[in-house]
Design a protein around this ligand. Structure first.
Ligand code: FDA
Length: 371
């Protein structure tokens, strides 16, 4: 007989939600993670009372009441509303694109004026019927000023390629809001867990055995022998030994810095949209929890090429990768005792609410209840 009912590879959000449900169903679980800590990309580290989002800013938002109620069992959420700023050539603008942004760009004051201005800017690009790349696509949708100020440099930094070489589907639509509203997300519920995300993951996996610093692939046969069923949230290409090739990623690196001033930028998130500024944003963590410390911690976020020493962050959604992914998914079907879940095993970008929903769905199939 096996020691455990389930082995869960990866103590990120997906693995933790599944584990919580499994323990609740009375199952014996072992959850392992190759990192030095649990939490996956949600991991927050409490540094002198400021919860630092070590793998990038995480703001919880959802319109799904069931998911909101679920996550609220594990933390109190504050009323943080994400309203990032954009810095371009030393001037600040509100995001997402709304009446404040249009006023700052052009001085337009009413929705009618702003719409007329945008229509005038787009007219020049009416001749583009089938945009061949991201640049043409964006110019057609919003014209020169919005494109050049906010989209071009930022996107080129993010993807490490010129906008004329990027496929147009990276930006499906450009949301333009004709009200004075800087709330970045359209969702009904939004907030930051008081105390950070790590305690949420800790309470989710309570009752399971946990091993960190433990890479599944270094001892695969052993881990396979421990339980009849597995939840795998690592990379799907790695699971199959990269036999159809590596799935590509864009990566990020963060430079964290403590400053002996109480406030650096007066906002949690400020984007830097010029191409020549090498980072895409600066996060000031204390503002997520309305901190009043006499010092502050800021993180600069630099996009870069993925290498084996960096973290895989964003899947590259192009044809080559999709074809390869399809082949791995086909192989995965033969593994009835393994559920491949989460952003790495699905090779997709999922927000936290989507991740929870997907993990609950797997649990529901296994245990036929949800609490
Ligand atoms: P995650 O990557 O967190 O966990 C997988 C775990 O598996 C990792 O801990 C990894 O170490 C482990 N692992 C992998 N291979 C292994 C192996 N071989 N052996 C053992 N362990 C292994 N969402 C949102 O709703 N609001 C937001 O503001 C943001 N912000 C944001 C910013 C940035 C920069 C990114 C990249 C993403 C976001 N997200 C987000 C998305 C959010 O990060 C995402 O929904 C969850 O982290 C997904 O959780 P997973 O468990 O799927 O992956």
């Amino acid at each position: 007989d096996s020691i455990y009912d389930y082995i869960i590879v990866g103590a990120g959000l997906f693995g933790a939600v599944f584990t919580q449900q499994a323990v609740k169903a009375g199952k014996k679980c072992l959850i392992i993670d190759k990192r030095r800590q649990i939490g996956g990309n949600l991991y927050t580290e409490n540094i002198d009372s400021i919860n630092v989002h070590k793998y990038g800013a995480h703001i919880f938002h959802t319109s799904n009441r069931e998911i909101w109620n679920y996550i609220n069992q594990f933390a109190d959420f504050n009323n943080f509303i994400n309203s990032p700023l954009a810095n371009y050539n030393g001037k600040l603008y509100n995001l997402p694109f709304n009446m404040n942004t249009f006023y700052q760009l052009w001085g337009t004051q009413t929705p009618l004026e702003a719409k007329a201005k945008i229509a005038e800017q787009c007219k020049k690009y009416d001749y583009i019927t089938h945009p061949a790349n991201l640049e043409e696509h964006a110019l057609k949708m919003c014209g020169d000023d919005i494109y050049n100020t906010f989209i071009k440099g930022y996107t080129e930094k993010q993807w490490g390629r010129r906008a004329t070489e990027l496929p147009s589907f990276i930006i499906k639509r450009i949301p333009l809001r004709f009200v004075y509203n800087n709330n970045y997300f359209n969702d009904t519920y939004q907030g930051i867990p008081v105390g950070g995300y790590t305690p949420i993951i800790e309470s989710m996996i309570k009752g399971a055995e946990v091993q960190i610093n433990t890479d599944y692939f270094e001892n695969k046969t052993y881990f396979d022998s421990l339980a009849p069923k597995m939840i795998f949230t690592g990379r799907i290409d790695e699971f199959f030994d990269f036999k159809f090739g590596k799935l590509e990623y864009r990566s990020l690196h963060f430079e964290h810095e403590r400053l002996e001033i109480n406030d650096f930028q007066g906002n949690a998130v400020v984007n830097y949209n010029e191409f020549d500024v090498p980072f895409t944003r600066i996060i000031e963590h204390k503002h997520f929890e309305f901190g009043t410390q006499p010092f502050t911690i800021v993180s600069k976020e630099f996009p870069n090429e993925y290498s084996k020493d960096s973290e895989p962050y964003y899947p590259v959604n192009d044809e080559r990768n999709h074809t390869i992914l399809g082949k791995y998914k086909e192989l995965a079907k033969a593994y009835g005792n393994i559920s491949f879940g989460g952003r790495l095993a699905q090779y997709a970008y999922f927000d936290m609410d989507d991740t929870i929903e997907a993990a609950l769905e797997v649990a529901r199939k296994e245990f036929k209840f949800i609490k």
